[in-house]
Write a protein that binds this ligand. Structure first.
Ligand SMILES: Cc1ncc(COP(=O)(O)O)c(C=O)c1O
Ligand SMILES: N[C@@H](CCCC[NH3+])C(=O)O
Length: 444
């Protein structure tokens, strides 16, 4: 198993993360357990900030909180000097509760409700990333009612197809997001937004997809956004102070994944900005990015306890753990692949190939097909790596399974940042209408 960040194997042959023995973490917190390597999250955040500083351009690195949004994570992002991208009242509320500086929060989404817009305006949000024509009118009207002018970026689709799973690819023309540059709707959106009394059109936004390993897609997006910005400037005199190039920077989940260094993605983007804006923009726009997965993805590990197994001779052996698609729906949704190791016997040699099943009543509830492990026994601890992004964030209560706890580990210390849901939490919002209150059974 590839050891990410501070992960090591200690003298007892146990997987250790952030100086904490995972066997002890299981004893203390139970399983399933999301473990976050705090030092690695900080390291990734700093890689972005340092790379942008080296470019000499003005910048904001907005952590895409959709990847993993909790109070502690928002605080950590603030400490590292990041901005924050939120896409719902829930993410905004989390950020505000964490005391995140509201001027550095950017509000995304293709269907922001009037209530969400009002909430963000009341809070004094830094910027809205506007997605469609209805939103331009709605936002302007609500801003006017509030007697304020709000900063906006317009989300444009540059017509770049990122080489990634189609469900997480967003920069192409046929997308639910944004104004298309190619068919003229982005141009129309700029004219409309620039003429609104209560919108301050700061710039453009483009996000081409997620888990991208090459720089070409980003370079092409910059080129197209720049060509569009230059045309707009020449024809309408509207200039853009900010260009946001979204997130999507890939990480290593498996052998064979070939992400670039953060600095390489950032250099490619900032060089492309310098190249393509220079002719028409004497002052280059400020560059914003929105990494999510690449800040938290490889810092996360999920720890499970092995329960039952089923060996089908000549077919395969299923090994079931005490979690599954409820804490990690990505294999079921995107056929995502993960690596795993036995955390309590991390030095033992490989003896069998097994498939890791979850405990949901669903055949598709598989975490890993065909992983090589030492002989797996009931009670072993299985650690699945790279689960920091879009795992806790996308977890569900299917089968009324409780969401696991999240623990931050760093330099031998572990701290719960999200407690495990209780059985009471499971029924906390349930109500029984009076007409079906307990009565003698109809069949009695
Ligand atoms: C608009 C926007 N920004 C940022 C992100 C974060 O992407 P990633 O986690 O791949 O960096 C996404 C998700 O793909 C997104 O839709
Ligand atoms: N949730 C997706 C990424 C989509 C990000 C949002 N645009 C994943 O797990 O890979």
């Amino acid at each position: 198993m590839f050891l990410h960040g501070t992960s090591t194997i200690n003298a007892q042959g146990h997987l250790e993360i952030g100086g904490c023995d995972t066997v002890e973490l299981k004893e203390q917190y139970g399983t399933p357990l999301y473990i976050v390597d705090e030092a690695l999250v900080r390291q990734r955040s700093r890689e972005y900030v340092e790379a942008f500083k080296a470019s000499g351009l003005s910048f904001q690195v907005a952590y895409a909180s959709k990847a993993f949004c909790t109070l502690a994570m928002c605080r950590l992002a603030e400490e590292e000097g990041l901005s924050l991208d939120v896409v719902s009242e829930g993410e905004l509320h989390t950020a505000l509760e964490a005391g995140f500086p509201v001027q550095r929060i950017h509000f995304h989404g293709n269907n922001k409700t009037p209530e969400e817009i009002q909430m963000a305006i009341t809070a004094g949000i830094g910027c809205f990333v506007v997605d469609n024509f209805i939103e331009i009118h709605l936002l302007n009207a609500i801003a006017k009612d509030n007697g304020v002018k709000v900063n906006v970026l317009l989300r444009v689709t540059p017509g770049v197809e990122a080489h990634t799973h189609e469900y997480i690819s967003t920069g192409q023309t046929d997308s639910k997001f944004g104004f298309d540059i190619g068919n003229g709707s982005a141009y129309e959106a700029v004219s409309l937004a620039a003429s609104q009394s209560n919108l301050n059109l700061l710039g453009l936004h483009s996000h081409i997809g997620s888990q991208i390993f090459e720089v070409e897609g980003f370079q092409m997006a910059v080129e197209r956004v720049a060509a569009f910005a230059v045309k707009v400037k020449q024809e309408t005199d509207v200039t853009f102070q900010v260009v946001n190039l979204g997130g999507g920077f890939g990480i290593r989940y498996m052998d064979g994944d070939t992400p670039l260094k953060v600095s390489e993605y950032v250099k490619a983007i900032t060089d492309a900005v310098k190249e393509h804006f220079a002719a028409a923009y004497t002052t280059l726009p400020e560059i914003w990015v929105e990494p999510g997965r690449s800040i938290v993805g490889d810092a996360g590990t999920t720890l499970y306890t092995v329960g039952t197994s089923k060996d089908i001779p000549g077919v395969r052996k299923y090994v079931a753990v005490d979690g599954g698609m409820t804490d990690n729906p990505r294999p079921a949704l995107y056929e995502s692949k993960y690596e795993a190791t036995l955390a309590n016997r991390a030095n033992d040699s490989v003896e069998e190939t097994v498939s890791i099943a979850g405990k949901c009543c669903e055949s598709g509830d598989m975490l890993i097909w065909d992983v090589e492990l030492p002989k797996v026994n009931t009670g072993d601890l299985l650690a699945v790596s790279c689960t920091g992004a879009y795992n806790y964030a996308m977890a569900s209560n299917y089968n009324r399974i409780r969401r696991p706890a999240v623990v931050f580990v760093n330099e031998g210390q572990s701290d719960i940042v999200v407690r495990r849901e209780s059985l009471n939490d499971i029924v906390a919002n349930d109500l029984i209408p009076a007409r079906i209150q307990k009565q003698p059974s109809l069949n009695a």
